[in-house]
Structures are given as C-alpha cells and as structure tokens.
Ligand binder design. Structure first.
Ligand code: BTN
Length: 228
C-alpha cells in the first residue's frame, strides 16, 4: 500500500486532488481542518478519528455505481475485525453504532478516477462533540487506538475494498443489506429539491433503496435518507 501518513491536513480528499499518485494510494490523517461531508456540508474531523482517502484510478464503468456501498461494506468488515465493533449501515454511506453515526463516506469523481474519503470517529474527541452533534455522533471505543491498530484498520479497509470489487454485485448487496438497519422503517428521502416520504421496503441487488410511498414503490440510486 502506498500510504501517506499525516498528522493534520485540510482534507485528505483534497490532498489527493493536488498531486499525481499511483492507483491505490491512501492518505491518512489524524485530523482535518476542513473536512468535507456529503452535499457540500463540512465534516467535523477532530483528532481522535481516522480520516483517510483512497485513490481508485480508472475504475471500470460497471463498478462506478457500487463504489460507495462497497466501501461501506469494507469499513464495516474492518471495524469488526480490527476493533471488534458491530456497526450497522444506513443507506447509502453511513455507519452507525448504538444508534449514532460513527462513519461517513464521501466519494468524489476526479479526472484521475475516484477518491473514496472515509471518516471514522474511533474514539471520543478530547473536547467532546459540539452540542449540535451530541445526539447524533458516536464513536467506536472508549479506548484510543494504537498507531498499529489505526494502520491495520486503514490497510484492511483498502485491501478489502479492492478485493470485494471482484465479487458479483448481487453478493455484495446481500451483505450490505444484511447489515442495514433501515428496512421496514418510516423515512423521508431527499433528492435534490424533491422529498419522498414512506416506508423503506428493501435494498435491491444494485444497492438501490425501494421506498413504499402513498403513490407506490419508488426506487432510488441516491439521496439522503432520514428515519422518522
Ligand atoms: C458524510 O458523512 O457527510 C461524509 C463524510 C466523509 C468524511 C471523509 S474524512 C476523509 C475524507 N476527507 C474529507 O474531507 N472527507 C472525507
């Protein structure tokens, strides 16, 4: 693994955009000063977390729609094997533990391929979470991970991600679905300016979310899901 290890950086995703790096390069930082979240939001990245980005140069066209959910499967497996944690997946790119978000994933298309950015709250930030995140954000363990554990985690996610991609997407979607906690729940899905209200019926073989609304079943490739 070509690993770039940093103590601090604006954003590991941005770092990878600023140079030419080989396929599979991983940039890993202890904190980010301008962490980026989904939908143009910021992602609070105090020290105590693991923030890293993987460069996936020239992915095959057919895997493009599956990159984010497959990354979620890889992170879930690595959290289980390295930290003995049992997180659940919230469609499409969040991981939760005991009802709180512990990981977010931001995939960005760039000219050299796709950057997969992963932020995990492994331990409680020294200053705690700010009041607006206290009910929402969680962390993996009371114990701060060692450097070795952090490196093993990052390496496991990266290797698992690339090896999973050779599996049929239906097999991956089955694993993704089996760790998802949204099926059967009432939810609001926002996609651009549109919102859809209903009950999550299923996640299909292509990781699409099926929502039963009053107008019938609607299928989504993307969107932000909020359970109500
Ligand atoms: C989200 O939940 O909104 C997505 C969060 C993604 C955060 C990660 S941390 C590493 C990488 N660098 C960033 O600036 N963002 C991603």
């Amino acid at each position: 693994m070509n690993l770039i290890r940093l103590q601090t950086v604006d954003s590991t995703n941005e770092y990878l955009k600023k140079g030419v790096f080989p396929d599979g390069t991983v940039v890993f930082s202890d904190e980010q000063t301008a962490g980026k979240g989904s939908n143009g939001r910021s992602f609070l990245s105090p020290s105590g977390g693991i923030y890293f980005s993987i460069l996936f140069s020239e992915p095959k066209r057919e895997v493009l729609p599956y990159i984010t959910p497959v990354a979620a499967v890889a992170v879930r497996r690595a959290l289980a094997s390295v930290f003995n944690a049992r997180p659940e997946i919230k469609w499409v790119n969040d991981l939760y533990l005991s009802g709180k978000k512990i990981c977010g994933i931001l995939c960005e298309n760039v000219s050299s391929g796709v950057i997969i950015g992963i932020g995990v709250n492994v331990s409680r930030p020294k200053e705690g979470f700010p009041p607006e995140l206290r009910d929402i954000a969680g962390y993996v363990s009371e114990k701060s991970p060692t450097e070795e554990e952090k490196l093993t985690f990052v390496q496991t996610v990266s290797e698992t991600f690339f090896s999973l991609l050779s599996l049929p997407h239906s097999v991956l979607a089955k694993e993704y679905r089996s760790h998802s906690f949204v099926i059967g729940k009432k939810a609001v899905l926002t996609r651009g300016d549109e919102t859809f209200c209903g009950v999550v019926k299923d996640i299909d073989e292509e990781f699409r979310l099926i929502l039963t609304t009053e107008k019938g079943d609607e299928t989504f490739f993307s969107g932000t899901l909020r359970l109500i």
